[in-house]
Design a protein around this ligand. Sequence first.
Ligand code: SOE
Length: 370
Amino acid sequence: MTLDIGMLGYRFMGQAHSNAIARLPMFFPDAPDVNRHTLVGRDEEALADAADRFGFENTATDWADAVDEVDVFYNLGPNHLHAEPSIAALDAGVPVFCEKPLAPTLEEAEPMRDAAADADVPAGCAFNYRFVPAIRYAKGLIEDGKLGEIHHVRGRYLQDWLVDPDAPWAWRMDEELAGSGALGDLGAHTIDLVSFLVGSVAGDIDRISGHLQTFVEERPVPDTGETKPVTVDDAYTAQAEFENGAMGSFEASRFANGHKNDHTIEIQGSEGSLKFSLERLNELEYKGSDHRGYETILVTDESDPYLDHWWPPGHVLGWEHTFVHENYEFLSAVADGGEFHPSFEDAYEVQEILDAIERSDETGEWVALG
Ligand code: SOE
């Protein structure tokens, strides 16, 4: 069986997912066969060029023409385009793989979650960092009880592409189009990873308080001599209390001068600790109960998650491999009628936390989560 793929979006994420799909037959021979059927976008010339480079047979300038013509629909458009096409696909019984965050707001995410619940096909949200081998390894250690009772969870995602006040305006700075800024774009990754790693051990987040900040209020629109307002946060911080009493502290910024794609997670428990940094994604720092300090584990052995598909030990992987792994899992779930996580339901729960952080910022109060 060959799955025809329709893909909305041909820029950064379109390229990352198309690259992943192209790698599958070479490295994951048991992945389902796929056919890059239709690439969807608005600018015909750029679309035709991308379709050619990404290996798509057809193009469409209206997603409605593609959504029920394919076996799988990838929604890689800007956040405000996540809901309508994804719901239309799910209503037509077509599995959906949607980029993160699920939607600009909790309100818009809700019908997406409901459409996924009603559809009998996988609906996945592309939180790719769950598919880093070192993160899977870390999850194994936590589930094996190597960290004991979890006391601290720290996550920060630091970038600096907006520290220049003249950096151009883009859709990611508009509340209508994006929902939130660093919070939804980067913080969503952190919250998803935290729930993936410690959710089953420390429990859910019981309450949270947050603070959002916008440092530059308007930015130049390229080639127009005009400016547009920035209506989202440039940075957020939040502190959380988990069901078991563990303390969480989370942060993301687009103004963290000197940090490019610096996503770090640290977890300390009664028996041990872990540290992970995306910029050193082949490594995991681990302190066990019989160690005085951290040891660095190079997670590239054949026995490590996904590594038997790639190179000999020490032949490190990169950011793009996370997309290969998530596409493998998602497309396999589609072909086998299996479950895929992170699902729309999982992504909705992330969105609930993003929403609570925004509400806390507005009221200056802690927000209880149900
Ligand atoms: C933003 O700069 C961004 O590209 C996010 O949108 C991605 O989700 C993240 O993985 C890298 O940074």
